[in-house]
Write a new protein. Sequence first.
Length: 149
Amino acid sequence: MKPTDKKSLKTEKLLRDYFHYAVIIGICAINLTISALIRRSNIFFVANPTPISFNFGYYSSIIILVSATWLLIKFDLFKKSPVYGIFVMSGLYSNFAEKLIWNNVADYLSFANVNLNLADIQIFLGVIMINVEVWLRNRPAIDPDHKKK
C-alpha cells in the first residue's frame, strides 16, 4: 500500500467520523439565519426568554446541553442513527446560541396556542424518532409458530 493511500484512507475515515458535527453546525447556521431574518423583518414572533420550561438562566441550558451531548456520545447514537442525533443536537445548540446572542429565543411558529421555532421542531422530531427506534429495536420478536394452548 502506498503512503498516499494510507493518508487518503485516514482522511476519509476522519471525514466520515466527523461529518455529522459539520452538519450540526450547518443546520445551526441556517436556524440562526432564519431567526435573524425574522427579527429584522416585521414578521410576528414571540421573544421567549426561556426556551426551556423552567427559568434558571444559562445554567439550566448548559446542563441540558452537556447532558444531551454526553448521552448521545455515550450511547453512540451518532453511529446507530445519525439523523436523529443531528436533529436533536442542532435544535439544542441553535436555541442555546440564539439565547446567547439575543438573550431570548424567537418563536415564530404558532400551532394550537403553542409558540415554537424550527429548532424546537427539530428537537421534538429527533426525540420522537429516537424513542420509536429504541422501541422497535427492543420489542420482542413475534413467533409465527407460537400457538395458544
